[in-house]
Design a protein around this ligand. Structure first.
Ligand code: UDP
Ligand code: MG
Length: 322
């Protein structure tokens, strides 16, 4: 879905807010957002698109409450949990602003940084991402995130900014381009880089999560990383080919060795058993590894060809609408 802005009206900024079990944060977040939108008001209208990604807590009731009170609040309620990237995509698809700002709803992305993003947008940038100068997360999270962004960047075909989450502003042009990209395993940060346009970053200090726990347990983090790497890189596939070449080279050496031993030291050829066992294990291991990597790409092909919708909406709440 894409909208074109009205020529005469004040320009509008959409805040895209994915929510998964954030009952402890919604109220405080909305208060902060109201302050930000008041600062923007002389120049811009705001709209707040909350996407409830199948929360199991009281989040949807709080969001419904907001939509009843404030006509600028738009709530998209998913039929179940479809994941952070699907929720963000839904929010972007429903945005009618001239620019959209994606923001986490746990107050880790400080809402006032939005003002800096808007300033850069006014300077003519189409994508302004907020890059973490520092973050207050566990050592494990900081380390895995640090490694993830560096590995991804080394492997990816398009440069993806390091230490940058989904917190960013995107111009309508970019939103329209993104909505043309139909792939299912969406890694939005990569897709934004892929879309191109004028991009820049601003630095910010990332807060602690205000309430509740991270919704990214290790399992989701691993899936997220695999999605990101296999979406934006064929390096793992190429590695398999290289590995195949190296193994083939080594086995030729092994054959020479075996022949050499057989002809020149026939009395001890039985010791070739060691070599045999090692090569069996080695080849077996390499094959399993290769099949695993190929499998992950086949899995992606499988989910892309199914052309399932990215998400299913159960209801939309908006003043004078539901
Ligand atoms: N989120 C979501 N669906 C999910 C997981 C997370 O919509 O399945 C939202 C969550 O409510 C938050 C944002 O995505 O607004 C980032 O999640 P979280 O803060 O748990 O990630 P972290 O900051 O720990 O990486
Ligand atoms: Mg968070």
């Amino acid at each position: 879905m894409s909208f074109s802005p009205k020529a005469s009206a004040k320009r509008k900024i959409s805040f895209v807010l994915p929510v998964y079990n954030e009952e402890g944060n919604i109220k405080a977040l909305f208060e902060e957002l109201l302050k930000v939108s008041a600062s923007l008001l002389p120049k811009y209208d705001s709209e707040f698109i909350f996407v409830n990604d199948g929360s199991r807590d009281n989040s949807i009731h709080l969001l419904k409450g907001l939509s009843e009170k404030d006509g600028r609040v738009f709530v998209v309620d998913f039929s179940r949990n479809f994941g952070h990237q699907a929720a963000t995509t839904a929010g972007l698809n429903h945005s009618s602003g001239d620019a959209a700002i994606i923001m986490d709803t746990d107050l880790q992305d400080p809402p006032e940084v939005a003002l800096l993003l808007v300033k850069k947008w006014e300077d003519g940038f189409d994508v302004v991402y907020a890059k973490r100068r520092s973050r207050k997360d566990s050592v494990f999270k900081r380390f895995t995130a640090f490694a993830f962004y560096r590995i991804l960047n080394a492997l990816s075909e398009v440069p993806i900014p390091t230490d940058t989450g989904d917190f960013r502003l995107m111009d309508r042009k970019v939103l329209n381009a993104l909505s043309e990209i139909k792939e299912t395993n969406r890694f939005l940060r990569g897709l934004t880089s892929y879309a191109g346009f004028n991009q820049t970053g601003v630095l910010f200090d990332r807060n602690e999560r205000k309430s509740g726990e991270t919704k990214y347990p290790l399992k989701k983090m691993v899936k997220f990383s695999i999605d990101a790497i296999t979406s934006f890189s064929v390096v793992p596939l190429r590695l398999v080919s290289w590995l195949g070449a190296v193994v083939a080279g080594l086995s030729i050496l092994g054959i020479f060795y075996a022949l050499f031993m057989k002809f020149f030291f026939p009395e001890i050829t039985v010791s070739g058993w060691t070599l045999l066992i090692i090569s069996v294990f080695f080849i077996g291991g390499v094959q399993i590894l290769s099949i695993g990597i190929i499998g992950s790409y086949v899995g992606r092909i499988f989910s892309e060809v199914k052309k399932r919708p990215l998400y299913i909406i159960s209801k939309i709440y908006r003043k004078n609408l539901s």
